[in-house]
Design a binder for this molecule. Sequence first.
Ligand SMILES: Nc1nc2c(ncn2[C@@H]2O[C@H](COP(=O)(O)OP(=O)(O)OP(=O)(O)O)[C@@H](O)[C@H]2O)c(=O)[nH]1
Ligand SMILES: [Mg+2]
Length: 258
Amino acid sequence: MKDSIFVKEKEDIMSNKLVIIPTYNEKENISKMIKAVMAVGEDYDLLVVDDGSPDGTAAIVRALQEESPSRIHLIEREGKLGLGTAYIAGFKYGIAKKYDFLFEMDADFSHSPDDLPRLHAALEQGFDFSIGSRYVRGGATKNWPMDREILSRGASLYVRMTTWMPIKDPTAGFICYRREVLETLDLDKVKFVGYAFQIEMKFSARSLGFKSIEVPITFTDRVEGTSKMSKGIISEAILGVLKMKIQSFSRSYRKDVN
Ligand SMILES: Nc1nc2c(ncn2[C@@H]2O[C@H](COP(=O)(O)OP(=O)(O)OP(=O)(O)O)[C@@H](O)[C@H]2O)c(=O)[nH]1
Ligand SMILES: [Mg+2]
C-alpha cells in the first residue's frame, strides 16, 4: 500500500515541460543556463541540441547530466546544421516522450529562464502557443546596439506587412507550445533554418488555426560567447518570407495522418 502511494506521488511530480536549447559554441553559458532551468521547478526538463560545438559544449552538458540524468537530455549532431533543424530534432524528441509543453529558448541568457513560468501560464488562458515578446507593452530590449534594434524592428514591420500576422514580435525565439501544435504541424516541411524559421513556425501554426499570445519579456543582449547571426540568415528571411506568404494560398501545413 505504501509503495503504491509512493508511485502515485512520483507520477504527480513527473515533468511535463521540456525546454529545448540549441547550442553552438556556448561553453561560457551552458552550465549556468542548465542550472538556472533546473532551478525553475521540478516540472521542467531540459534538452540541449548541440551541433558538434568545437568548444566542447556537449562535454559540459554530459558532465551535468550525471547529476540529473532524468531531467537533462542531449542530442548531439555532427556539425552546424542550423537553428531550425536543431529545433525540429528537439520537437520530435519531445513529442515522442509525450511532454505536454515544449519551449524554445536561446542558451545565451538573452531569454531569461525566470520567464518560463509566465510563458506557460499564458497557455492556461486557452492559447495554444505563447511568444516572449519585446515589442508589446511591458516588453523591452536591454544593452542592444542601435543597429540590432533597428534591424529587428524593421524585420518585424516587414514580416507583419508581408504575412498579415497580428504579431508584434514575429522573429522572437522564446516560445512555449502545447504539444498538439507541434504534432499537428508537418515538421518535415519546415523550410527555414535561421531567423525565418521563427517566422515560419508562427505562421504555420496560425494557419492551422492555433491561437497565439504575446507575453512581455525583457530581451538582454548576450554577455558571454559570440553571436551566430549572419548575412545569409537575413537574406534567407527577406525573400523567403514573401515566398512563404504566396505559397500559403495553395498549400497545407497539416501533417498527413494515415
Ligand atoms: N544547434 C545549433 N544551435 C545554434 C546554431 N546557430 C545558433 N545556435 C544557437 O541558437 C541560439 C541563438 O543563437 P545566437 O547566436 O544567440 O543568435 P542570435 O540570438 O540571433 O544572435 P545574438 O543576438 O547576436 O546573440 C544560441 O543558443 C546558439 O548557440 C546552429 O547552427 N545549431
Ligand atoms: Mg542570442
